[in-house]
Design a protein around this ligand. Structure first.
Ligand code: IMP
Length: 499
């Protein structure tokens, strides 16, 4: 007879946090959500610490280069999906890594011999009023001048006037040299009272533009997560099949952290992948593994050198693994068990291996619960898929805007490597669905609102950091009737009666 665990498998919705004493210091602006992403020895600092405890799922519908930039701006990390060719994934990593906050590549460019007519056409097409004039009309050509709306009056000069006659020529322009920092660029913008600053290399090739307004935007993201060269930290998913080709290509593209993306991580395939990384790169390459749902799975991956361990099987919103195969574990039970194993391992070895609660976050308070239960950070798919920055299409369904969201185990994604158990290489049955999620607007606003809720709850618990939440937080199981009590009850909701 199989071993039957006596504890039921529980989900986040079955728990509540109990408030603790909140001193006057306990206000959201005093809460820090900094958290380790990669393992570290007692007394040392992790190689990567995130400023917010959120990562985006390794999924086609969630994490591309655009998401990587948007989430790093907030202080988290996106793991760019691996269910695509090595070349495409490396391209996405390269694009996200070469994105420089506040520096944009000029997308409206003309040659000096083009005309005012071309200026008007380009302005309409791109919607920007700053046009770079380069020798060959390319965004990286030799800079000859700039055209802004101050340089011409449509009623005063003929449409066929060459750009060279009314542009501000380069010898009258203020420009910065490549390598300039954003704050130095901003100083020049203010000193010379200009709205934009072209940045050029020594041969006067245009490298980018800095706009006055973008500097302000940059200042709005004080938690952005940058590497030592001030580029965004970018993650990517890998599988246990083509890692020997994929990992070098991703590293070459500049990836900072990898994760093995698999529905079930307690396997020889993961051990082999981790061993290959350690044999070839030592500890210099950071790689997480998973997913597991218990103590044994955690220990196995930690002992095989994982930099973090992902927790969760069957809890994802698009996941049908539990229905298809009858395996998995309630996400709360899984996190609690693995967190205990992580603490035990830390006590024994002095090595702290962060854990990630992956999937199943439905309400914002689930984030707080996951952290209180011991997760160092969280991975979310459905949550991020709803935002402008996710790669999936925004569609109008039954009078509401939706975004498409599909599982990596669905026929649409065809990510058979994620469900790999060796043997032949195709997906025999689906473990995920293709769905819609309600469109929710911009990532920035949503993430800030969700994390404000997390911080307020932490204040109610009387704690100012995730570590403190884990040490001092108190959690209680809720009965079925207290779940009813938790929603609006015994009142007639106006929304429902007005209809
Ligand atoms: P969500 O945040 O609840 O939508 O869950 C996202 C997580 O579900 C991902 O990070 C994966 O771990 C997992 N996942 C992604 N695609 C599938 C699938 O097709 N089947 C099962 N789990 C999936």
């Amino acid at each position: 007879m199989a071993i039957v665990l006596q504890e039921p498998s529980r989900t986040f919705s079955e728990y509540l946090l109990i408030p603790g004493y909140s001193s006057a210091e306990c206000s959201p602006e005093n809460v820090s959500l900094r958290t380790p992403l990669t393992k570290f020895r007692k007394g040392e600092e992790p190689a990567i610490t995130m400023n917010i405890p959120l990562t985006s799922a390794v999924m086609q519908a969630v994490s591309d280069d655009n998401m990587a930039v948007a989430l790093a701006k907030e202080g988290g990390v996106a793991f760019i999906f691996g269910s695509q060719s090595i070349e495409n994934q490396a391209k996405m990593v390269r694009r996200a890594k070469s994105y420089k906050a506040g520096f944009v590549q000029s997308d409206s460019n003309l040659r000096p011999d083009q005309t005012l007519q071309d200026v008007i056409r380009l302005k309409e097409e791109k919607g920007h009023s700053t046009i770079a004039v380069t020798e060959d009309g390319k965004p990286d050509g030799v800079l000859k001048g700039l055209v802004t709306s101050k340089d011409y009056r449509v009623s005063r000069i003929p449409m066929d006037t060459p750009v060279s006659e009314f542009m501000t020529p380069v010898d009258k322009l203020v420009y910065g040299l490549d390598g300039i920092t954003l704050s130095e660029a901003n100083d020049l913008i203010w000193e010379h009272k200009v709205n934009q600053l072209p940045v050029v290399d020594e041969e006067m090739h245009l490298k980018g533009l800095v706009f006055r307004k973008d500097y302000d935007a940059h200042k709005e993201n004080p938690l952005e997560l940058l590497d030592e060269n001030k580029r965004y930290i970018v993650g990517a998913g890998v599988n246990t099949r083509d890692y020997a080709q994929r990992i070098p290509a991703l590293l070459e593209a500049g990836v900072d952290v990898l994760t093995i993306d698999s529905s079930e991580g307690y396997s020889e395939w993961q051990a082999r992948t981790l061993k290959w990384v350690r044999d070839n790169y030592g500890d210099s390459v950071k790689i997480g593994a998973g997913n597991v749902v218990d103590r044994e799975g955690f220990r196995f991956l930690a002992e095989n050198g994982a930099d973090f361990v992902k927790v969760g099987i069957g809890g994802g919103s698009i996941c049908i693994t539990r229905e298809q195969k009858g395996i998995g574990r309630g996400q709360a039970s899984a996190v609690l068990d693995v967190a205990a194993a992580r603490d035990e391992y830390f006590k024994e070895t002095g090595i702290y291996v962060p854990i990630c609660s992956d999937g199943g976050i439905v309400h914002d308070y689930h984030m707080t619960l996951a952290l209180a239960m011991g997760a160092d950070f969280i991975m979310l798919g459905r949550y991020f898929a709803r935002f402008d920055e996710s790669p999936s299409a925004k569609v109008f369904v039954n009078g509401t805007y939706m975004k498409e969201y599909w599982g990596e185990g669905s026929a649409r994604a065809r990510n058979w490597q994620r469900y790999d158990l060796g043997g032949s290489s195709n997906l025999k049955f689906e473990e995920g669905v293709d769905s819609y999620v309600p469109y929710a607007g911009s990532l920035h606003e949503n993430v800030n609102l969700s994390l404000l809720k997390v911080k307020s709850t932490m204040c109610n618990c009387g704690v100012l950091s995730i570590k403190e939440l884990q040490e001092k937080g108190r959690i209680t199981l809720v009965s079925a009737t207290s779940i009813v009590e938790g929603g609006a009850h015994d009142v007639l909701l106006k929304d429902a009666t007005v209809r």
